[in-house]
Design a protein around this ligand. Structure first.
Ligand SMILES: NC(=S)c1ccno1
Length: 246
């Protein structure tokens, strides 16, 4: 997978050189390019923003540097016959979920546009439709100072799903949201720690009972912390004792 990120703070993306994503880049699984938006300006001040039409506080990101930067990204697409997906982190976007991470992990080329200030001139989003499948995406209902932090999160969430990135693909199977529920609690040695014991079932060696306990814990946690995830959830996959609680 190729990923391009455009930002006025390219150094913000430095953490993507570390850990599993960094290794995926070294291994050639992830081909990640970070571009400084100011490289696509033409004035001596390398300006990327201006005052908003209609008035109001703050500044808006100028369209032309973005068009130049995104045209360069589109020109670098691996498949000339397939539009890359352009993700624009925004509180006004669709919600980023594990399901969307899996969907985007199937793409050959992703691009991320990191807005700053009050945002990017809307005409860029309209123009970009010619060259990209454009998707404004939100991490959650809160406002950041720019898109860079959201890109770090999304690139990690998507990148770790690519074959060969995490050591044991099995570890992706029982994660929160992989089956519609939150993940179960985990424990390791010692079996007693500061007078707190590991649940005895986990020491029993009875894999059927362990699996049932874990499924129950997933359901209990989800009902307690994220009841919204249980709306429309298929209870048939739960241990019978849990079904009556739905
Ligand atoms: N909630 C998101 S992704 C965001 C981007 C910029 N500000 O908030």
């Amino acid at each position: 997978m190729r990923i391009d990120v455009v930002s006025i703070f390219p150094e913000y993306l430095a953490p993507l050189e570390l850990s599993l994503i960094g290794k995926a880049r070294q291994d050639g699984i992830l081909d990640l390019h970070v571009h400084d938006l100011r490289s696509f300006t033409t004035d001596k001040h390398r300006s990327v923003d201006d005052t908003p039409y209609g008035g109001g506080a703050g500044m808006v990101m100028k369209p032309e540097p973005w068009a130049q930067a995104l045209a360069a990204v589109a020109d670098g697409r691996p498949d000339p016959d397939r539009k890359p997906v352009l993700i624009v982190p925004s509180p006004a976007g669709e919600r980023f979920t594990q399901a969307l991470a899996y969907e985007l992990a199937e793409e050959q080329h992703l691009a991320f546009a990191c807005g700053r200030y009050e945002g990017i001139d809307e005409r860029v989003i309209e123009w970009a439709q010619e060259h990209f499948t454009v998707r404004p995406v939100s991490l959650g209902d809160y406002v950041l100072n720019g898109g860079e932090v959201a890109v770090l999160a999304m690139v990690e969430a998507i990148g770790r799903l690519l074959p060969g990135v995490v050591g044991n693909p099995e570890s992706l199977v029982e994660e929160s949201h992989s089956d519609g529920l939150l993940e179960y609690p985990v424990y390791t040695k010692p079996s007693v720690w500061r007078d707190r014991e590991v649940p005895p079932v986990l020491l029993s060696g009875n894999h059927g009972r362990i699996a049932q306990w874990r499924r129950h814990e997933q359901y209990r946690r989800t009902a307690e912390r994220r009841p919204d995830l249980l709306e429309g959830f298929d209870a048939g996959s739960l241990p019978r004792a849990d079904r009556t609680e739905l």
